[in-house]
Design a protein around this ligand. Structure first.
Ligand SMILES: [Mg+2]
Length: 388
């Protein structure tokens, strides 16, 4: 089988609100083959920069558009093609946007392999953990039920502590057993920060796990003070309290608190995940399949975490392509902890882009079983939202 066409399709709603929800635009990757099989993937990045990384011309041997690198190649050779893409952009692409672009391409290649063999990606990756009645690991936080994995509702904080309490109650009533609140207005002042967490806990009650996503606001000393103040509300984890490059700050914080410290969504490539674990001493990695380097890299990151006794969750705040990829990934690793699932108001683009829609039931998500990612694009939505 040979790759015959590589497309990076930018989609955007007419109205894009200034908010964290990144389901308002999307960069979708489509790879066609001479066997008539098409693979799809997604990139969560600065979309036009990532599109340029894919569609750019050959400039020289360390600055080459990634589509050029893949054309004519066999999509089954994912490991070799990952390294070929990495090498072809080694000047500007060791981290960040080129790895993001590679993530979507790698995802599409795995989709092609699954479709060609009639198997879901999790099976190609050697997975099937979600079918286990009993996990070999993480006994206290068992995430699996038959064919399903536990998920958490992922939301922004309400505009006030009171609004957050109401939101929390709503997610609890929807059957979620874990809820995360993130970013603004956390980080403004101590009083507000503590009130947000206190009211979130009130709204959730005592039986629902609460995750705090701080949104990069503090230095290490402030983060230690906040972590100590939050401990009485027993959050399940504290996410991204610090600037992602502040590995020393992460290490100080981790040593000073009993809370699990989570991070990873800013990382691309396993090298930076290693720094986060070994220098930053974080307790939990969050791996975004649309940014980290795709399935080929994510599986290695999970193995590196496993070697260090650490659990892994996904990160994903975009479309159902990302959700599907995350589920295949989590179903393929022994140290999966839980799946992030966006609980924000649905955007038109996210809801119409794929024929399959994911819905949490009783706090769980079904693992896709169809070949490849198990996702089909809605061509009407592509036509409607396509830019350029
Ligand atoms: Mg986050």
């Amino acid at each position: 089988m040979k790759i015959t066409k590589v497309e990076a399709i930018y989609l955007r709603q007419n109205v894009v609100k200034e908010q964290c929800d990144s389901g308002q635009d999307a960069l979708v990757v489509r790879i066609e083959t001479d066997a008539g099989i098409t693979g799809i993937g997604e990139v969560d990045s600065s979309p036009l920069a990532a599109k340029a990384m894919i569609e750019g011309p050959f400039s020289h041997t360390t600055a080459t558009g990634l589509a050029n690198v893949l054309l004519g190649e066999d999509p089954f050779e994912t490991e070799r093609l990952w390294h070929k893409m990495y090498r072809a952009n080694i000047y500007g692409g060791r981290r960040g946007v080129a790895i993001h672009a590679m993530s979507g391409l790698d995802m599409a290649l795995w989709d092609i392999k699954g479709k060609a063999l009639g198997m879901p990606v999790w099976k190609l990756l050697g997975g099937g953990f979600h079918r286990e009645e009993k996990l070999p690991w993480a006994e206290g936080n068992r995430p699996w039920k038959n064919q399903r994995i536990r998920c958490y509702a992922s939301s922004l904080w309400g505009p006030t502590p009171d609004a957050t309490r109401e939101l929390a109650g709503r997610y609890r009533d929807q059957g979620f057993t874990a809820v995360k609140f993130g970013w603004d207005p956390m980080g403004q002042d101590e009083k507000t920060d503590i009130a947000l967490v206190r009211e979130a806990r009130k709204g959730l009650g005592e039986d629902v796990d609460l995750m705090i996503d701080a949104g990069l606001p503090w230095d290490a000393k402030t983060a230690i003070q906040r972590a100590k103040a939050f401990e009485q509300y027993h959050p399940f984890w504290l996410e991204e309290p610090l600037r992602p490059d502040d590995y020393e700050g992460y290490a100080k914080l981790s040593a000073a608190t009993s809370l699990r410290i989570a991070a990873g969504e800013e990382e691309s490539c396993r090298a930076t995940f290693i720094e986060l674990m070994d220098k930053g001493r974080v307790d939990l990695l969050q791996v975004d399949l649309t940014r980290c380097g795709g399935f080929t890299e994510a599986i290695k990151i999970a193995a590196l975490a496993w070697d260090r006794g650490l659990p892994v969750a996904n990160h994903g705040f975009t479309t159902y392509i990302n959700v599907a990829a995350a589920l295949h990934f989590l179903a393929s690793i022994p140290n999966a902890l839980i799946c992030e699932f966006v609980a924000e108001e649905e955007t038109n683009l996210r809801e119409s882009l794929t024929k399959q829609k994911f819905r949490a039931k009783d706090g769980y998500l079904d693992i896709p079983d169809a070949p490849g990612l198990g996702i089909d694009l809605d061509e009407d939505a592509i036509a409607k939202y396509r830019v350029g």
